[in-house]
Ligand binder design. Structure first.
Ligand SMILES: [Zn+2]
Length: 507
């Protein structure tokens, strides 16, 4: 039995998600015979002909599992379109842990009475007969969406922090697809196997990013001291315009140096972006600093910025206006993939918490909360700070926490290198007589195997699933008043005006 996902049209948004999840997948055609032994799940994203739909029905009747999405919905159920801003998962469903998902687009609502709601909040349902799930969104379009807007983040207090970030919660959509595939495998009584998305088996990675805009040498030194004291290798994105002490950074030990900007601005055209970044690059090179990474001012992203980064041979960049709280991916626009790896981070910085009147202790608790949440869900922890906002004590405590708990500190550069080799893998997973065999060309990429109650993250090889020590799935709890983060607040407008003014002053 092949543990492989088949997809009827591998549009770039789907390719991004399937690569992030790390499943074995391939394009298939409905004009060929499709067998449940050949595909553990097939994904249908297109509207098909009557004959092709018959093939899908035969596959379902033979015990195959199908995930319907994108343009396929109108084929299988009567529906109406509805504009939604966000969806929120229900309690006690296979999707409970997802929480809030920002869509800001239209979705297909089924008007059929014969559907089985799997998660009413997320509008995910299943049809008779056979093993299937329907995701009534245009996943491809949503993943490729590049719009941004101010969004608030949940915290256990009245006033919530906000930032201008990707309009669509792409990381949540990736999670919905991963949970759907896992659910469909379980319904077929098959293990769900995929490449693990971190380089360690039992540890979460911790990446610490610093943007040095308007940072005095004293603040940089203080931050560096705290990093060294706790053995933290941070990735410093340098602002070369406001800083005449770049040589100071070059002498730092065990820290990665990358580029933030020369002028603190992202332009809407290739030439200005190219000139600005090249200027910063030349200043760093004259100090002996060779940067391969970039993080844009304000987390802004646009295709002309990406083109400039490609031309200047940058290996990775990190912009929360494009995506946040997600796994790395190669952006796609004009139907082409960029070769600059995008590394999403958690976008709320201490500066945003300060603006929302968090006390020192509330700031620490906010970051510890994010770190704990990501440790439970197995996601990489990537947070950032501006040394000129000081509060070094908070980071001293955060570093002590990650050193004490099960975290492995990494630089963005090392994570990007590891991710790129994972990206190239084309794993093959087979299953028979309770044994999983794995085939891919890497010794430092692990696999995750999930069954209905439990999971394991382990080395590749020939694995008897009855003989391994599986861990029980954790049950992440989501707050009951999550939707509070999507209620309008007058401060949202105030902060938008502040951002606009702030950007103008740099131009
Ligand atoms: Zn900045």
């Amino acid at each position: 039995m092949n543990l492989r996902i088949g997809i009827d049209n591998c549009k770039p948004g789907w390719e991004i998600i399937l690569k992030q999840i790390g499943v074995s997948y391939t394009l298939f055609s409905l004009s060929d015979k499709i067998l449940p032994e050949e595909f553990s799940v097939i994904i249908i994203t297109e509207s098909h002909t009557l004959e092709e739909n018959n093939e899908i029905r035969k596959f379902l009747n033979a015990g195959g599992a199908v995930l319907f999405s994108d343009d396929s919905i109108s084929n299988i159920s009567s529906c109406r379109t509805k504009k939604v801003h966000y969806l929120c998962s229900q309690e006690k469903t296979p999707f409970s842990e997802v929480g809030l998902v920002d869509i800001f687009s239209t979705i297909d609502i089924s008007t059929s009475k014969e559907i089985d709601q799997v998660d009413k909040g997320l509008k995910i349902f299943s049809m008779e007969p056979g093993i299937n799930l329907v995701l009534p969104y245009d996943i491809n379009e949503l993943i490729l969406n590049t719009a941004s807007r101010r969004k608030k983040f949940y915290a256990d207090r009245k006033e919530l922090p906000s930032e201008i970030i990707s309009q669509v919660s792409k990381g949540k959509l990736r999670k919905i697809v991963a949970l759907s595939l896992e659910y469909l495998h379980q319904k077929r009584d098959l293990p769900f196997v995929h490449l693990w998305h971190q380089p360690f088996v039992d540890k979460n990675i911790f990446i610490f990013r610093l943007d040095t805009d308007f940072c005095s040498q004293k603040d940089a030194d203080e931050m560096y001291k705290i990093c060294r004291k706790n053995n933290i290798s941070a990735t410093w994105f340098l602002d070369t315009d406001s800083d005449n002490k770049l040589k100071n950074y070059a002498s730092m030990e065990d820290q990665e140096l990358a580029i933030h900007c020369d002028k603190h601005f992202v332009y809407n055209n290739f030439e200005d972006n190219y000139d600005n970044i090249q200027k910063a690059n030349n200043k760093l090179k004259s100090c002996g600093i060779n940067a391969i990474g970039f993080a844009a001012p304000f987390g802004d992203w646009n295709p002309s910025l990406d083109k400039a980064l490609q031309k200047l041979d940058f290996k990775y960049s990190s912009e929360f206006a494009l995506n946040y709280d997600d796994l790395p991916f190669f952006p796609n626009y004009n139907n082409k993939f960029s070769d600059v790896l995008q590394i999403p981070i958690h976008p709320i910085s201490l500066g945003r918490l300060h603006r929302s009147h968090f006390t020192e202790d509330e700031m620490l608790q906010y970051f510890l909360g994010i770190i704990k949440e990501k440790a439970i869900s197995g996601d990489p922890v990537i947070i950032y700070h501006h040394p000129h906002h000081k509060h070094f004590d908070i980071f001293d405590k955060i570093f002590q926490y990650v050193n004490h708990e099960n975290f492995e500190n990494m630089s963005m550069k090392d994570f990007s290198k590891w991710w790129k080799q994972r990206y190239l893998l084309q794993p093959v997973f087979k299953y028979s007589d309770k044994r999983i065999s794995t085939e891919y060309n890497s010794d430092n990429t692990f696999i995750k195997i999930s069954t209905e109650e439990s999971y394991i993250i382990t080395k590749k090889g020939d694995i008897n699933i009855d003989k391994i020590n599986l861990k029980f799935h954790s049950n992440p709890t989501i707050q009951k008043d999550l939707q509070r983060a999507r209620k309008f607040h007058w401060r949202d407008i105030l902060y938008d005006i502040e951002t606009k003014k702030g950007k103008k002053s740099f131009r």
